[in-house]
Ligand binder design. Sequence first.
Ligand code: SAM
Length: 207
Amino acid sequence: MDQNSIIKSYKRVSSIYDYTFGKVFKPGQKTLIEKMNCNDNDSVLEIGIGTGSSLQYYPQKTKVVGIDISPDMLKIADKKIKDNNSNNKTIAMMNGEELCFSDNTFDKVVAMYVISVTHNPERLIHEMKRVCKEDGDIFIVNHFSCDTDNLFVRAFEKALMPVSKILGWKPYFPYTEFNSYANLDVQEISKVNIFDYWNIIHASNNK
Ligand SMILES: C[S@@+](CC[C@H](N)C(=O)[O-])C[C@H]1O[C@@H](n2cnc3c(N)ncnc32)[C@H](O)[C@@H]1O
């Protein structure tokens, strides 16, 4: 999916996102941010922050920068930040595949439900590693297709692939393929959300 298709998809869903997909994704956001164990001095980059629905789960004092390529999703995030007077939380329109941050900037870098949406996930992972401090932490929530999945589920995901532009994400996203280029130093993988359909990955940024 190219960048324009992603922006168009999220323009369509931005106004209903928090009441639909956003509701399904909330447990994963909350669990992942608990696992991040942020302290007051941490600087966090959240890639693909969307409507900013995760912001409520970070400790008040933790500095979080959220970026996204969708102006429509960011407009909703901006309202949340203003309504809550969240001084330590900022957002910017930026492509996660070409981050405007220096190397080794953030203690923790996180991408929730973004890896199977972005045009080039390999490029996005490369950027996550680059801007994360050495020995910092990388966190991901995403659905990954596995060989052990139910055959019906796998066939269904593959059948949906031709309409991935309309859906706004790639339903069939094999973990083995992702891991072959991501090459993450995985510390933990756990399952989350309805039917345990999504995975939380915690990796160390050993460069
Ligand atoms: C499924 S939504 C998830 C939003 C949010 N992370 C959440 O947990 O609700 C995917 C988001 O990723 C954003 N996105 C996709 N590709 C991106 C990229 N290359 N850089 C920045 N944001 C991206 C989309 O615009 C959208 O807001």
